[in-house]
Design a protein around this ligand. Structure first.
Ligand code: ADP
Ligand code: MG
Length: 712
C-alpha cells in the first residue's frame, strides 16, 4: 500500500451538474463542502472554521502512520505509540468505592496490551459489543506490575474499508464537541476533492523554485493525507513559510511606505551640544548601552523620514533617561514632546523625574491626566495648545478630544505593551508626522518582535546600570509567613523599604480593594505595629495615590501594601524587598514586572513569592522566577507556557493569530520569510507586477481579522 488517496474521478454527471459549474472559491462558506450541513457548519464555527480555506488550514495536530504499526511485542514503556489489535477481553473493576476502571485487552498476534479508562463504566458495554474487532489505540505505554498498559488512550475502530483511516498515514485533528475524528477526516477529504482545482499557487514561481517549495495544492493535500513522512515534512514547510511570508509582506509594505511616504521632521542634531546639556542634568554616568541607543535615536531624528523605533530594555535598565535625551533634542528644535504612559501613577512619576531633570535647562513639563479638575484640564489644554508646555506627560487623556498641540514633534510611548494600537496611532495624528519612540520593558522574544513590531526599528538596552545586584527571589509557603515578615522587619530596621503585593482578585475590583485594605490593616495592627504601613490601590482618588507615592518616595512609609497598580514603571530605589502574596495567581511576565520594582538601588534586594499552590503550571512559573532575573528568558518561557495570543491578547495588541505556523517552533522559517518578503516589497512596493498578482488576495485571505487593522 503506498498510502495515496483513491484516484479522483469526478463522474461526468457531477461535472455537468449546476453545482459543479458554479465558480468555486476558497472563500466559499464551509457548508458548500459535501457532507457539511447547517448543523455541522455550526459545530465547525466553534473551531473558527467558516470558509473552505479555514477548513483546509485546520491542520492535523498529529499523524498516525498506519502503514507500519508497532507490534505489541516491540513496544517499550515511556513511549507514545500507535498500536492496533483485536479486543480479546473487557472488564470493569472497582478498586475502591466510587472508582471504576475499565480494562480492555488487545492482541495483535505478537503480544497483548492492556488499555484502561477511569470512571467511564459505560465503556464496558461498548467494548463488549466490539469483541473480536480491531481497534487502533494511541497513547503512552506504561509498565504495570506484570504487563504493559496504556491509560486513557485515544482510540477508534480500525476498518479495512475506510481508505482514509486504514493502511496510510492518518491525520488526527483537533476536535470539538459533536465532531468525531472520522467525520472531520471525511469532510476534509471531500473539500480537497472539490476544491483542489482552486488551490492555486500565490507565491512567485522563482521564489518557489529557489526555496524548493512544494506546490500549494500538493502541500495542502499532503498536510492532510500525506503520501509519506517526507511529503508531510515538505508540505508543512511550504504552508508555514507561506503564512509567515504573507504576514511579513504586510509589515514590509508598511515599513517601506514610511520611507517613501510623507516626510517627517528633520531635527537639527548637534550631538556635542546635546551631550553637554545631557551631562549637565543627569546625575550619573550613562551606561554604554544607554549611550548607544541615544545615538541611534538622535540619528533617526536627524533623518527626513519619521522615526518609528522600539526601545526595549528590561525593567530597571534606565529607559527614562533615554527618553529624556530624545525629548531634549526635540525641545532644542522648538518642538513639543508628548510622553504617554498607561497609568496615572506612572505619569505622575515621569512628570516628577522629567521636571526635576529639565528644571536646570528651563524646559517646561506639564502633566495631563484624566483626573485633573475641569479647571486644571482646561488650563493644561491651553498651555499645550499655545506651546507653553514643552513636554506633556500624560495617560490616554493626552489623546482625548480637545487636546491640540501647537507643534508636536516627538511622541514617546512608555510601557507600550499596555496600549492598544489605535491609541498609538491617535497620538501620532496630533502632530504632522512626528517621530515616534515606543518603549517597552516586557522583553519580547525576537521572533515575536518580528511579527508584532516588525515595522519598527529596534534598539535594545542590554546592560543594567552599574552596581546593581540581581534580585534574590525565594519561594515560600504560607506557613513560613512569620519568618518572611521577620526578614522584612530586619531590612526595614536597616533603613530600607518594602512592598507587599496583595493577592490578585480578578472577579471584582471591589473585592480587590477590600483584600488590599484588610491586608494593610492586618500588617499594621498585628504584624508591624511599630512601623508605618501605607496602602495603594486602583480605586483611590488620584490625589490620594499621589500623596501615598510621595510619602513612600520620601521614606515616610516603610511598607507599601499595594495591588498591581505598581506593576509598571514605579521607581523607588530605596525599596529593596517585595513580598507577593498568592504569587501563583499572577502571570509570569506580570511577576517579573512587579519584581522589577526592587533591585533599583545599591542594596541587595529580595523578592518573596508566597504560594501554597501545588499545581504543575504554577510551580513551573514560580521556579522560572526563582532561577533567573533575565527578562528575555522569562518572556520565552512565558510564550512557551501560554502561547502568544494569550500573552499579548490577540485583539488589542495585534499579534496575528497564526493558523499553521508557530513563532517559537518555526523561528527559522520566520526569519527566512521575513527576508524574502522584504526583498519582494523592495522590488515591487505595491505588488503590481504580474508574478505578484495573486499575493494581494492571498494576504487578505490569510489574515482577515487581526493584522490589517492592527499592525501599525
Ligand atoms: P526602566 O528602564 O525600568 O524605565 P528607569 O528609567 O526607571 O528604568 O531607571 C531605573 C533606575 O535606575 C532609576 O532610579 C534611574 O535613575 C537609575 N538609572 C538609570 N540609568 C542609570 C545609570 N546609567 N547609572 C545609575 N543609575 C541609573
Ligand atoms: Mg520605565
Amino acid at each position: 500500500m503506498d498510502g495515496s488517496l483513491p484516484a479522483k474521478t469526478p463522474s461526468p454527471r457531477a461535472a455537468a451538474s449546476p453545482a459543479f459549474a458554479r465558480q468555486r472559491s476558497l472563500d466559499d462558506e464551509v457548508r458548500f463542502v459535501k457532507g457539511v450541513g447547517e448543523a455541522l457548519a455550526q459545530v465547525l464555527a466553534k473551531l473558527n472554521i467558516y470558509t473552505v480555506f479555514d477548513l483546509l488550514m485546520h491542520l492535523p495536530r498529529r499523524y498516525e502512520d498506519r502503514t507500519h504499526f508497532r507490534t505489541l511485542s516491540q513496544v517499550v514503556p515511556g513511549e507514545a505509540v500507535t498500536v492496533h489489535g483485536s479486543i480479546v477481553a473487557v472488564d470493569n473493576v472497582s478498586p475502591r468505592p466510587k472508582m471504576t476502571i475499565t480494562k480492555v485487552i488487545i492482541d495483535d498476534g505478537t503480544g497483548t496490551l492492556e488499555l484502561v479508562w477511569f470512571n467511564q463504566p459505560y465503556l464496558k458495554d461498548k467494548f463488549l459489543k466490539m469483541r473480536g474487532q480491531d481497534i487502533v489505540a494511541y497513547g503512552v505505554v506504561q509498565q504495570a506490575p506484570y504487563h504493559y498498559q496504556m491509560q486513557t488512550p485515544e482510540w477508534e475502530p480500525l476498518t479495512d474499508s475506510d481508505p482514509l483511516a486504514a493502511h496510510r498515514i492518518v491525520p488526527v485533528y483537533p476536535l470539538t464537541e459533536g465532531l468525531p475524528q472520522s467525520r472531520l477526516r471525511r469532510i476534509m477529504y471531500n473539500a480537497l476533492q472539490t476544491y483542489e482545482p482552486v488551490l492555486v499557487d500565490c507565491l512567485p514561481a522563482d521564489l518557489r523554485r529557489r526555496l524548493n517549495l512544494m506546490p500549494f495544492a500538493e502541500a495542502v493535500r499532503n498536510a492532510h493525507f500525506p503520501e509519506s513522512m517526507e511529503h508531510l515534512e515538505r508540505a508543512r514547510r511550504r504552508l508555514i513559510f507561506e503564512e509567515f511570508y504573507l504576514l511579513q509582506l504586510h509589515i514590509a509594505q508598511r515599513k517601506i511606505a514610511e520611507t517613501t511616504g510623507a516626510p517627517g521632521i528633520r531635527f537639527r542634531i548637534d550631538k556635542e551640544v546635546l551631550w553637554r546639556k545631557l551631562h549637565e542634568i543627569v546625575p550619573f554616568d550613562l551606561t554604554n548601552a544607554q549611550r548607544r541607543v541615544i545615538e541611534e535615536i538622535w540619528s533617526d531624528m536627524a533623518r527626513e523620514y519619521p522615526m518609528n523605533r522600539l526601545l526595549q530594555g528590561d525593567v530597571g535598565s534606565g529607559k527614562t533617561i533615554v527618553a529624556a535625551a530624545a525629548i531634549l533634542a526635540c525641545v532644542e528644535n522648538g518642538y513639543q514632546a508628548a510622553v504617554m504612559v498607561p497609568t496615572e501613577i506612572l505619569a505622575e512619576q515621569h512628570f516628577i523625574v522629567l521636571s526635576r531633570l529639565f528644571r536646570k535647562l528651563g524646559i517646561i513639563v506639564d502633566l495631563a491626566v484624566g483626573s485633573l479638575t475641569q479647571r486644571g484640564k482646561k488650563s493644561v489644554r491651553e498651555r499645550i495648545a499655545t506651546g507653553i508646555t514643552q513636554v506633556a506627560v500624560g495617560t490616554h487623556a493626552l489623546i482625548q478630544e480637545g487636546v491640540e498641540f501647537r507643534k508636536l514633534g516627538l511622541v514617546i510611548i512608555d510601557e507600550q505593551h499596555r496600549f492598544g494600537v489605535l491609541q498609538r496611532a491617535a497620538l501620532r495624528e496630533k502632530g504632522e508626522n512626528p517621530d515616534v519612540l515606543v518603549m517597552t520593558a516586557t522583553p519580547i522574544p525576537r521572533t515575536l518582535t518580528m511579527t508584532l513590531y516588525g515595522d519598527l526599528d529596534l534598539s535594545i538596552i542590554d546592560e543594567l546600570p552599574p552596581g546593581r545586584r540581581p534580585v534574590k527571589t525565594h519561594r515560600k509557603r504560607a506557613h513560613q509567613r512569620a519568618q518572611v515578615y521577620e526578614a522584612v522587619r530586619k531590612l526595614i530596621q536597616q533603613g530600607q523599604q518594602a512592598y507587599v503585593v496583595c493577592p490578585l482578585i480578578t472577579e471584582s475590583e471591589k473585592l480587590q480593594v477590600k483584600a488590599a485594605e484588610e491586608l494593610a490593616k492586618h500588617l499594621q495592627e498585628e504584624v508591624f505595629p511599630e512601623l508605618r504601613v501605607g496602602l495603594l490601590h486602583g480605586q483611590m482618588k488620584p490625589m490620594e495615590k499621589e500623596e501615598i507615592m510621595e510619602r513612600f518616595r520620601a521614606g515616610e512609609i516603610d511598607i507599601l501594601v499595594s495591588t498591581t497598580v505598581i506593576e509598571v514603571g514605579v521607581d523607588v530605589p530605596n525599596a529593596s524587598v517585595m513580598v507577593i502574596e498568592d504569587a501563583e495567581r499572577f502571570g509570569l511576565a506580570q511577576l517579573h514586572q512587579l519584581r522589577g520594582r526592587v533591585g533599583r538601588g545599591a542594596h541587595q534586594s529580595y523578592c518573596i513569592l508566597i504560594s501554597d499552590s501545588n499545581g504543575e503550571d504554577a510551580n513551573r512559573r514560580l521556579d522560572v522566577l526563582v532561577r533567573t532575573n533575565d527578562g528575555f528568558v522569562i518572556a520565552e518561557e512565558d510564550l512557551r507556557l501560554r502561547g502568544p495570543g494569550e500573552i499579548y491578547g490577540t485583539r488589542q495588541s495585534g499579534v496575528p493569530s497564526l493558523r499553521v505556523a508557530d513563532i517559537l517552533r518555526d523561528a527559522e522559517l520566520l526569519e527566512l520569510a521575513r527576508q524574502e518578503a522584504f526583498n519582494t516589497v523592495r522590488a515591487d512596493p505595491e505588488l503590481k507586477q504580474p508574478q505578484h498578482r495573486l499575493l494581494q488576495s492571498a494576504m487578505q485571505r490569510n489574515m482577515p481579522r487581526a493584522v490589517l487593522a492592527t499592525v501599525s
